[in-house]
Design a protein around this ligand. Structure first.
Ligand code: HEM
Length: 210
């Protein structure tokens, strides 16, 4: 089927792709860096990093406009794309086929993880002052439980895989990597980027541990 800009699905698909990188992907990178500051201890994390963010003007509005709405659109339209999984999937090469499937499965996994994660941190912090005022202690309490550490590790790896693999498919969607060779080379760059992000994220998780 030929796609054109007059086709609403084409435009929605492009918007979905764009929002996955900006602002959602950019926020994920920032968030993992922010949490990697846990290695400098509670005083630095609570007193400088979190205090700076919580002190920003219009924070709830920024959170809704820059994070929640783009993520909701990306997740919602992502679910639409997932339910329309293409039947010609078997035409793809084995690895590409798995990555195509894993991109969708990881999206659903991230959605479940984010509901739990945002509920246990940002939402709980609205009515529990102790959570808001000592996010370091709260994360330490959560991550000290092995099953919770496992849940966070799973959420981290799914998100990082989804962003890194999404970047490589963006190259194709936006016509930047047209030849098979360019796609393979950019695939390696994205894999390296994903490994680096996973290391920063894991480093941050370990930084919260007693
Ligand atoms: C941490 C949060 C997320 C980030 C950073 C993110 C990022 C991305 C990026 C960069 C792409 C590539 C876009 C493209 O191929 O053009 C993508 C694709 C995709 N995302 Fe997400 N995403 C996130 C959450 C989700 C969620 C919660 C869902 C749905 C439940 C989802 C579903 C999808 C699907 C189905 C695709 C593949 C689109 C396609 O290949 O046609 N994503 N994502």
């Amino acid at each position: 089927m030929r796609h054109s800009t007059a086709d609403p699905h084409f435009l929605l698909r492009r918007l979905h792709s764009l929002l996955g990188l900006l602002p959602v992907g950019a926020f994920l990178i920032f968030h993992l860096w922010e949490n990697s500051q846990s290695r400098f201890g509670a005083a630095h994390y609570n007193g400088e990093v979190v205090a700076f963010l919580q002190g920003m003007n219009y924070l709830p509005i920024l959170e809704i406009v820059i994070i929640a709405l783009p993520l909701l659109f990306h997740a919602g339209y992502g679910l639409v794309i997932t339910t329309q999984m293409r039947a010609e999937l078997t035409r793809y090469r084995y690895v590409r086929n798995w990555l195509y499937w894993l991109q969708r499965a990881s999206g659903i996994g991230i959605l479940v993880f984010l509901l739990l994660h945002v509920g246990m941190t940002r939402i709980e912090g609205i009515w529990r002052v102790s959570v808001r005022e000592d996010l370091f202690g709260h994360m330490q309490h959560l991550l000290s439980q092995p099953w919770m550490f496992g849940l966070y590790l799973t959420g981290l790896l799914l998100s990082v895989f989804h962003l890194a693999n999404g970047l490589s498919t963006m190259g194709i969607v936006w016509g930047l990597t047209t030849s098979a060779d360019a796609q393979r080379r950019f695939g390696f760059v994205c894999a390296g980027f994903g490994l680096l992000l996973a290391a920063i994220g894991l480093h941050g998780m370990i930084g919260f541990l007693p």
